[in-house]
Design a protein around this ligand. Structure first.
Ligand SMILES: *Cc1c(COP(=O)(O)O)cnc(C)c1O
Length: 496
């Protein structure tokens, strides 16, 4: 007689119940490996999958102690709530999500206002995935403008010489990508011990009639220093008077600084107030206080943004200009940006940044007092502290060793060589962010002193002198290497 097999029984049901009662770390799934190369055959209960993945990720460290990254590691609960609730919306689908598109436009308008764009010039802008995409677009704006002007001026733009971009050697790697992808010569103005930002004595020597523009950096990734944009604007203006057919314009890479300067140094001249600043980018996910990835790029007016970069999409029965490279992505970050702008207001941003600067300056003062370090940056503009070992420090260890020791306390504080021309100088950097509180800074200083004492006593140092850059969390901290000088990707020498 054939056994009757019902599709569902009370027993099955009880099994399910029993299964649900099994503690997470008593389940079969938690006893098995997580899938690696091949999908698992059977589903895994959500609470178990959640816990296993969470545990697995937890090993990579505590984001707040990661003092390498410029990227935000804290958002308040109501911000993450609204962001989670809009995760399914596609940010680039303006027709389908017109209210999201409207919030994006409002962010662009607010940033334009912060950066002193003149509404009469019809400023335009867009959100991007981050400053990397924003710099790409800013760079393309320069390239297309130059092409048109050069053609009109009767210059051979295709055969004689490649177009070039002038920027300091302290550039972030996205500029090297931009130049490589679009076959542009990168003209690097070297940094040196006396010029830790764009050298105003020599910058104009790099400019010729194939120059698409000059990028000024507001917050050099290595040190946090600002290029002197006001001075650059003067130099460019003098050049333009002599070259009316091919004027040079400035793009400001304000990845970090453009979201700090307006709040804490409102009198600093760097933005659209300057005549030749034609485009500006910022990372919403750095001091714009949003989780990655979001960035912004704005052009000062219609003339600054070539038509070739604009695409028209339908929107609320009309048309809307878009100029992003158009990656489909969630609207969460745009909504998050709108939230923090509205929630904090100008005063809130100012308070957060000033407090973060205080913490960074406390750290700088403590480091100075230890007597071993030369401070390259003490949070003058953005909350970044950057130091090297004094030449006469006479210690048997390097900053790489100190970085290793700090890591044992959970802190990620990278040591790395300066860019080409200064690669023998090794520095260490802390990027203070909103969630790096004063009490954490006090703890970091304690750990620093403890580890310096340990290293001073050590008979064997770890010998990490090969200068391998710690790549644990390198976003926003990728150190560019001079494209023409490949050897510098290798071992920088230690300070010893
Ligand atoms: C971080 C940074 C970038 C790249 O920004 P993302 O937002 O990480 O894509 C570009 N330029 C500078 C100066 C930066 O600091």
């Amino acid at each position: 007689m054939q056994k009757h097999e019902p599709t569902s029984t009370i027993l099955d049901h009880m099994d399910e119940k029993t299964k649900y009662l099994t503690p997470i770390f008593g389940t079969e799934a938690s006893d098995a490996q997580m899938p690696r190369l091949k999908m698992n055959d059977q589903p895994v209960e959500p609470r178990v999958a959640y816990e296993m993945i969470r545990e697995y990720l937890s090993i990579e460290g505590n984001a707040t102690q990661n003092l390498t990254t410029f990227c935000q590691t804290y958002m308040e609960p109501m911000a993450t709530k609204i962001m989670a609730e809009v995760m399914e919306k596609n940010a680039i689908d303006k027709d389908e999500y017109p209210m999201t598109a409207d919030l994006e436009n409002r962010c662009v308008a607010m940033l334009g206002d912060l950066w002193h764009a003149n509404p009469d010039e019809q400023p335009m802008g867009t959100s991007t995935v981050g400053s990397s995409e924003a710099c790409m677009l800013g760079g393309l704006g320069m390239l297309f403008r130059w092409k048109q002007l050069a053609k009109d001026a009767g210059i051979d733009i295709y055969t004689a010489q490649r177009p070039n971009l002038v920027i300091s050697s302290g550039y972030q790697v996205c500029w090297e990508k931009f130049c490589r992808y679009w076959d542009i010569e990168m003209r690097l103005v070297p940094l040196d011990a006396d010029h830790l930002s764009l050298n105003m004595d020599t910058v104009m020597d790099y400019v010729d009639d194939h120059t698409i523009g000059i990028t000024a950096i507001l917050g050099i990734t290595y040190t946090g220093k600002y290029d002197d944009v006001a001075k650059l604007d003067e130099l460019v203006e003098a050049y333009n008077e002599k070259h009316p057919k091919l004027p040079i314009r400035i793009h400001v890479d304000g990845a970090s600084g453009a979201m700090v300067a307006p709040f804490v140094e409102p009198d600093l001249l760097w933005d659209f107030k300057l005549k030749n600043v034609w485009s500006i980018n910022a990372s919403g996910h750095k001091y714009g206080l949003v989780y990655p990835g979001i960035g912004w790029v704005l052009w000062r007016g219609k003339e600054a943004l070539p038509n070739d970069l604009i695409f028209w999409v339908s929107y609320l029965g009309g048309e809307e200009a878009t100029m992003a490279i158009n990656f489909s992505r969630s609207a969460s970050q745009i909504v998050g940006q709108y939230y923090v702008l509205m929630r904090n207001g100008f005063a809130g941003f100012k308070e957060i940044h000033e407090r973060t600067l205080d913490v960074a300056r406390y750290l700088a003062a403590e480091l100075e007092e230890m007597g071993l370090f030369v401070l390259y940056e003490d949070a003058d503009h953005i909350p970044i502290v950057c130091w090297g070992l004094k030449d006469d420090a006479d210690v048997p260890w390097t900053l790489y060793d100190l970085s290793d020791r700090l890591r044992m306390n959970g802190w990620l504080v990278p040591a790395y060589p300066m860019p080409a021309n200064m690669q023998d100088t090794v520095i260490q950097r802390v990027v203070a962010r909103a969630d790096f509180s004063m009490q954490l800074a006090v703890k970091l200083v304690e750990d620093l002193k403890k580890e310096v004492a340990t290293l001073n006593k050590a008979r064997f140092v770890t010998g990490n002198t090969q200068g391998v850059i710690n790549t644990g969390f390198n976003h926003g901290g990728r150190f560019a290497v001079n494209a023409g000088d490949k050897d510098q990707t290798k071992a920088p020498s230690s300070r010893k």
